[in-house]
Design a protein around this ligand. Sequence first.
Ligand SMILES: [Zn+2]
Length: 293
Amino acid sequence: MRFDPTEMDNLDADTLKEAAEEAHDKDSGEPYVTVYSLVESSDDLMAESNYSSALELLNAAAVWNDKDADEYVTDQPCRDWLFGNTRELRVLVYEEPNQCTWDECGTPAEVVVKSDVHEGGALCQWHADWITLGDPFDTGWTWERGEPVDANATVTPYEPEFSAAFKMAVVIAQHLRDYPFLDEDDYSEREWKAYEAVLTEAVEYAQRAYAEDSDSEVETIAQRFYEEGHHRDQWCRAEDVNWSEVADEYREIRDEHFTSQAQEIADELSARSLLVMDGRGYPGPGQLVLPGV
Ligand SMILES: [Zn+2]
């Protein structure tokens, strides 16, 4: 199943709210949530591939929104007591700071108040009450309300706008619930590179047994190993590589190489001796006599 980034436009408000409640503690004042973490050097190619694909998708989503991607998406190295070096992908949940706009109140906004007294809009419940019901402290520290500051103010629930990066994170999470890869081509490429690296290492190890081979011999034999070896039909992942099979196969191909080379030399020598015997009498050793000369 191919990942479809345009799904972020089809997310309904309930899905987003639910995801935000699950991922984000609104009262914490922390505007970012961690959406993906990765243990470095775990050799988990799938996790690495998904992490890097997710980073790309989140950055792209943030840019679609015509903002600076760095503001919405962070890729941070962390240090984990249990796992050592980790990385964390974090995204900004809301497009605007999800806070009461009354002076420096800073508590989470809960309602939007349309009032001439305060044009900021999003307010915490206390400041909304202050405008619509009056200041409770007016009445001398009883909990009765005073006169409303603006009796005509309207109050609606605050529905914060989610950032595009957060929407993309939700789509990514939905995709990964049903399918292990974000980008299968990226994963295959990583898998293939890892396989090639291990195979090269195993071949270099096998070559150590033949220190007498010249550089050009080593190169020719290795090339034949990679192009003709029967491992090609059997292996495609790093964990497939069997070092003793590599050593055996390398030895066989090396033997074939030297046998065929010896055969070539023998053939050439016998061709020479045929020429020598070409009825031209007794040419000196090593002297080539061409037929008809
Ligand atoms: Zn407030």
